[in-house]
Design a binder for this molecule. Structure first.
Ligand code: AMP
Length: 282
């Protein structure tokens, strides 16, 4: 496995491999790799001859430098996880390589997609994600790019980046990997204390209860939201940010609970913000 820090080297390496007929898979991550990331890398390795995993904690998508500093990092262990899952190239650039100067130009996520849910709770976050993804896709060139449904709104944003900015990239969505107690695997889970980790399954429990209520015939969105809210608010260590049911394609609040839906929650568990979601097919 080759570890690359420079953009020119990354671009040249992937370009040369593509020229010899190799299909490239790209798995963008912020590191602190876990089973969720491994599942993306394994899927990419099953579908592409060369898998590049990028590891970059993108300061543009955080609210403060404090938050960036708190984000877990463990490059040594990441290299082991990535190689075992089938990565051939790791792209781990220093911040100055990705942002040699403070960017004057970036990608803005407009409309409902940018304004709702994570867009409403974390101003600038989705723009920061869209900008770094656009940069990574520009550096990587034609590829299949693998993203997790765990970050559902991000996945929709990435799809729009590819379509709206015409990248020669196929986006592949991968299902959320969960621990046995239902908690979605996340790098941020490393920041939880033991009691916080024990409280964390409430997010998934609320989502599953909401989905079960809809499947059992509940047709009032507000009732489903109230049910998920009550379940999460009953857990003292958890502070709810939002619980919502939306149209899976547009993220708009549906007039009637029909068609493909997505249930999403965001909450603080102690000082750590976690998100999760589940889907209901139409
Ligand atoms: P991150 O390092 O958190 O930015 O995540 C990198 C990629 O891994 C994103 O596409 C995430 O959606 C995906 N991912 C993170 N956690 C999971 C999970 N539990 N299951 C599946 N994919 C995940």
């Amino acid at each position: 496995m080759q570890v690359i820090e420079r953009v020119t080297e990354l671009t040249a390496t992937l370009e040369a491999r593509r020229a010899s007929g190799v299909a490239v898979g790209l798995v963008p991550t912020m590191g602190a790799l876990h089973d969720g990331h491994a599942s993306l890398i394994e899927r990419a390795a099953a579908e592409c001859e060369l898998v590049c995993v990028s590891i970059f904690v993108n300061p543009l998508q955080f609210g403060s430098l404090d938050e960036v500093g708190r984000y877990p990092r463990d490059l040594a262990s990441d290299l082991v996880v990535a190689e075992k899952a089938g990565a051939g190239v790791i792209f781990a650039p220093p911040v100055e390589e990705m942002y040699p100067q403070m960017p004057a130009v970036g990608v803005h996520v407009a409309g409902g997609l940018g304004a709702t849910l994570e867009g409403a709770s974390r101003p600038g976050h989705l723009d920061g994600v869209a900008t770094v993804v656009a940069k990574l896709l520009a550096m990587a060139g034609a590829c299949r790019a693998y993203f997790g449904e765990k970050d559902y709104q991000q996945l929709l944003v990435v799809r729009r980046v590819v379509v709206d900015l015409s990248f020669p990239v196929t986006v592949v969505a991968c299902p959320t990997v969960r621990a046995i107690d239902g908690v979605a695997e996340s790098s941020r889970n490393r920041l939880l204390s033991r009691s916080e980790r024990e409280a964390a399954p409430v997010l998934c429990r609320a989502l599953r209860a909401g989905a079960a209520a809809i499947l059992a015939g509940e047709s009032e969105r507000s009732e489903v939201v109230a049910l998920m809210t009550a379940i999460i608010e009953a857990e003292p260590l958890v502070e709810l940010d939002y619980a919502e049911v939306v149209d899976a394609a547009s993220l708009r609040v549906p007039e009637r609970l029909e068609g493909a839906l997505r249930l999403l929650v965001a909450a603080r568990v102690g000082a750590t913000r976690l998100i999760d979601n589940v889907g209901l097919a139409g």
